[in-house]
Design a protein around this ligand. Structure first.
Ligand code: ATP
Ligand code: MG
Length: 715
């Protein structure tokens, strides 16, 4: 027996949404701005088609672009009663859907030629670059890889690459002809004596080809899936569109929703033209436009309208003015800071205030342009004792280039031929720079996106070194390595739901109560490579895409929104940066919302102070211990040993690594501070509510028993 799907409550929709939901089977297009309920409309449409008996749940295929967005779709469908075994709607990414289909159809199409999905294209591209006589250094290979990915997603064959790259203003890392050679070599290297190696794009290509060329496959597939839905359709690539076309065949049971003004993946080959031309392709399509914004307060909506109002070009011509539906909320805050560390500290202090005021940390996001920017926020949130998760990228110390850099520093530290004076004090910075140069720390900012990410991470490491030297002039390379290790350890992914740190690209489709848009300086947003050296616009289309990124960012906020930028990268450096050009005419200079130049004191104010000398604490290690590094500690060494023994038993019982229970620094802090209740325990950074529940009783019992034995000894 099938589980019954509850009849849909159309009262939860506005008239336009309901029109899209109720439209008969056939082509439907919802063209609408952020937060107007597009995703809600498609989930309700699916539920409606199923509950009214037009289609069975398992005949619907809903696709989107990221695993996270597909998960969100499945969650919302489940809430509408489409989650049970019998009523499962397939909601997947294009790639996941293609992978499943290809596994099924491969024997019919290719027979017994074995194939394997490759985990990393990198070594194959490196080999291809080598064959073409080009460098196989990491940055070079990454840039070649982005070109190959772009070409494949755009359905451009190797021989057509040079002409296409010129026509689309690509900036290939080498002469386009050479890139084409690498691309061709890459393709041929994937045919091996042991079978075929397929990358993600090959999955899509083979799926489309199987359906296009094998009528039996097409017939079977089309009997199985009858209704298709695409979310975020503005970011479809020609390759994905080809797969969608193959799925459909001659049929037209397709619902698409999207917002051309949120197109942010053009650099990968995505294009909003399929969305914008939908009604030309399907003249009988039901087209619905939505203008009511249900996500954000009128204050946020008004800012979003102003940001996108300044956009120019064909895409911009399709925008609609959003109308905020929610009750009033606070005005967005604009803040300028002298440097990035001050900006990060101020953001952490605001987040602390929101959390103390009752906003759950999981309802807060810090969004930035490139992943490397997360480092400053990982640091400031750690110092403020706030849990966080880095989404859509890796935490700073897990990044390949950072791990590589730290290992090179370790090698340098073990070299015996280095004169001592070059490994400490001022010259330590010079040494670090020299060691990091081969990994990609050039003196000027590189232009390629990948190279820029790496470069920013390396600059962040140099900045950390300078900062640590500021606290301790005599710091040497071993001390630096110790501090880096302590920081990496202190930041292991928290077990509790924390503040989200994500790039703007990874934030698409999602929403939070409070959003911090950080690093809004020219050169970061818009990113530097869209501008020529003299600051003029080098690439108009790319500049408009940067503006759309800001629009995506602003429209993620339900209520609280803070936009900030810094005038210098590091503390004390020259203030050469300017606020993002996208904020000109958008920041209401006369309004009370414009809190330009938030005072640094406020930022410093949140820093906890040393419990011994009462000075503000600087650095993760000091914050976790609750005292300056140099201040004498009253460490109970016996207690620390007992705690460590307890920890290893615990870790073994739970089958986790020891630091997952508590880090060394946290145990040291416990052994110094001797907490006697949950409150005192929770005041130690690194110990959140979840850890209290899991381990609080054990730890307090160990501390109490140690107290008793020491006081007996004293008696
Ligand atoms: P984006 O462009 O960012 O993907 P979207 O158009 O897909 O946005 P949704 O995520 O579907 O928007 O909706 C935004 C928020 O508004 C969600 O929290 C949703 O539940 C709510 N919402 C949508 N429509 C309505 C409605 N008719 N009544 C009440 N709330 C609504
Ligand atoms: Mg959506």
């Amino acid at each position: 027996m099938m589980d019954a799907v509850p009849a849909l409550d159309l009262a939860a929709l506005d008239p336009e949404q309901a029109a899209a939901v109720r439209a008969p089977r056939g082509p439907v297009c919802v063209l609408a701005g952020a937060g107007t309920g597009k995703t809600r409309t498609i989930t309700h449409r699916i539920a409606h088609l199923v509950s009214a008996g037009h289609v069975k749940a398992d005949q619907v295929l809903a696709v989107t672009f990221t695993a996270r967005a597909a998960g969100e779709l499945r969650g919302r469908l489940r809430d509408l009663g489409l989650g049970g075994e019998a009523n499962q709607v397939q909601a997947r990414t294009f790639h996941a859907a293609a992978l499943r289909q290809l596994k099924y159809f491969w024997p019919q199409v290719v027979g017994d030629v074995p194939w394997r999905l490759i985990d990393s294209k990198f070594p194959i591209v490196a080999q291809a670059a080598n064959r073409a006589g080009l460098s196989s250094a990491t940055d070079s290979v990454r840039d070649l890889l982005s070109e190959i990915e772009w070409a494949k997603a755009s359905l451009i064959a190797p021989e057509d690459y040079p002409a296409a790259a010129a026509a689309r203003h690509r900036e290939p890392p080498y002469d386009a002809q050479r890139v084409a050679e690498v691309y061709a070599a890459y393709e041929s290297l994937k045919t091996t004596p042991d079978g075929l190696l397929l990358d993600f794009d090959d999955l899509l290509l083979h799926t489309a080809a199987a359906l296009e060329d094998y009528p039996a496959v097409a017939e079977e597939f089309r009997g199985r899936y009858r209704s298709f839905v695409v979310d975020e359709y503005q970011d479809v690539t020609p390759l994905q569109q080809r797969v969608l076309g193959a799925w459909l065949g001659e049929r037209d049971d397709l619902t698409v929703v999207g917002d051309a003004n949120q197109t942010i993946y053009s650099f990968t080959g995505a294009t909003p033209s399929y969305l914008l031309d939908f009604s030309r392709r399907f003249p009988e399509a039901t087209v619905v436009r939505l203008e009511r914004d249900y996500r954000s307060t009128p204050q946020v909506v008004s800012l979003a309208n102003r940001v996108i109002g300044a956009a120019r070009g064909r895409i911009a011509g399709t925008r609609l003015q959003l109308i905020g539906q929610r009750p009033d909320g606070p005005e967005p805050i604009f803040a300028e800071h002298p440097d990035v560390p001050a900006e990060a500290a101020a953001v952490a202090s605001e987040i602390r205030r929101l959390v103390d005021g009752g906003t759950p940390a999981s309802e807060i996001a810090v969004l930035y342009r490139i992943n490397a920017q997360s480092e400053s926020y990982e640091q400031s949130l750690t110092e403020a004792g706030l849990p966080y998760q880095v989404r859509g990228g890796e935490g700073f110390f897990q990044r390949a280039e950072v791990r590589q850099a730290v290992s090179l520093l370790r090698q340098a530290a073990s070299r015996e031929d280095l004169p001592e004076q070059s490994t400490s004090g001022e010259s330590l910075v010079t040494l670090v720079r020299a060691v990091l140069a081969p990994v990609g720390l050039t003196t000027t900012e590189p232009t390629g996106a990948q190279a820029r990410e790496r470069w920013e991470s390396l600059v962040a490491l140099v900045r950390l070194t300078e900062e640590l030297l500021g606290q301790d002039e005599s710091l040497d390379i071993l001390g630096l390595l110790r501090e880096l290790a302590a920081r990496a350890e202190a930041r292991h992914p928290p077990t509790v739901q924390g503040v989200t740190l994500a790039s703007l690209h990874a934030a698409k489709g999602l929403e939070w109560d409070a959003v911090f848009l950080v690093g809004l300086a020219d050169g970061t947003l818009p990113i530097n490579h869209v501008m020529a050296d003299d600051g003029s616009v080098a690439d108009f289309a790319a500049l408009e895409e940067e503006r759309r990124l800001l629009y995506v960012g602003v429209t993620r906020a339900r209520e609280y929104l803070r936009l900030s930028w810094a005038l210098a990268r590091t503390e004390g450096a020259r203030r050469t940066r300017r606020r993002s050009r996208f904020l000109n005419g958008v920041v209401p200079d006369e309004s009370p919302a414009s809190r330009i130049a938030a005072p640094v004191v406020e930022a410093k104010g949140i820093r906890p102070t040393c419990r011994i000398c009462a000075k503000p604490l600087i650095g993760t290690y000091a914050t976790m211990l609750g005292r300056c590094r140099r201040c004498p500690a009253e460490l109970d060494a016996v207690l620390l040993e007992t705690l460590k023994e307890w920890r290893s038993e615990k870790a073994e019982a739970l089958r986790v690594r020891e630091f997952v229970v508590f880090t060394d620094t946290t145990l040291t802090a416990i052994a110094e501070q001797l907490p006697s209740d949950d409150g005192a325990l929770q005041a130690i950074p690194g110990i959140g509510a979840k850890k209290i529940v899991q381990y609080g009783a054990d730890v307090l019992a160990i501390v109490a028993s140690r107290r008793r034995s020491t006081s007996q000894n004293r008696r």
